[in-house]
Write a protein that binds this ligand. Sequence first.
Ligand SMILES: Cc1cc2nc3c(=O)[nH]c(=O)nc-3n(C[C@H](O)[C@H](O)[C@H](O)COP(=O)(O)O)c2cc1C
Length: 341
Amino acid sequence: MNGTADNGAERPALTDPFEIGGVPIANRVLLAPLAGIGNWFVRLQAKRHGAGLAISEMVSSFALHYRNERTLRELMRIHPDEHPVSVQLFGHDPEVMRSGAGIAAEAGADLIDINMGCPVPKVRKTGAGAQLLRDPELALALARGAAEGSGLPVTVKLRSGIEAGDRSGFELAIRLAEEAGVAAIAFHPRAATKGHKGKPDYALTRELVGRVGVPVIVSGGLSGAAAARRAYEDSGADAVMIARGSFGNPWVFEELTGRRVEPPGREEMVAEWLWVIDRAEEHLGEERAQRYLRKFHPWYVERLEAPKEVADELQRSADLPRARQLVASLAAPLAGQPVAL
Ligand SMILES: Cc1cc2nc3c(=O)[nH]c(=O)nc-3n(C[C@H](O)[C@H](O)[C@H](O)COP(=O)(O)O)c2cc1C
């Protein structure tokens, strides 16, 4: 269902294509950057289920600049079916950003995003992430550096401000679009000090949409398809960016792009979970995948209402063959009985 824009014109549907700096994006439902999570197979999963664009987990511009081997091998791994894909960089040095963005472009990125929203003290202390809201000139130089180094359209993801009521992110977004030629703004309208809590300010996002001539992508509070649709209407944004709402729920992209009405059944959820386990092994090898997957298991455990014993074993001891066995056993209806262990 199309809404109405402020000027009375029909709003595009979430299923309508758009462009970021000339790069065609098939629809307006995007996977947000997610540190420690948004690797090639998580992005590929979102794409398989209909996301128009997936943004990588944040990658250190310094690690790229110094050609850190693991960063290049793992974080810069891009699957051929992911395109278009955006690589998110963080950093505080324009020259290093220029060089890092060039390396991300060589690795196959179609777009570069710069993180100006991370509230984590370890990142802010270096002058990167949300700290850049305090240094707009440096923020502009980073965006220009990334564009020059990569030759790609550059987007920026940022917060509305550092503290509640502070609009420094809003003001910076306007300058980034006007003075640094940024191709889109991903706006998370929560103060950095709020972390991921509290109600995002979609009215402020709407104000930003009225002030910049580039697409605005709204992030924050998009816990599922209904919340995402509401945020799209309330904010007037050009696209939505799903973050925690995608955890263990790639079907949210199908719902939002009109490919699904009914929720997935148990077999479908189990098949998806097994796909994730297989890809994690392919990515990291058996031993590291076993540990890495501890982040992913609880999402699917919750969706499938798996018994506590299964959840505990997956979290504590199950090697990958055992994990696959436990997961496969959850395909059948539970009938209130714990799975035979
Ligand atoms: C585990 C986790 C990791 C995140 N990593 C990043 C990141 O690397 N870069 C970034 O710009 N935002 C990151 N974010 C913020 C999300 O992209 C998103 O803006 C935020 O979660 C708000 O959306 P939500 O309320 O719908 O989850 C992260 C959020 C979470 C929960």
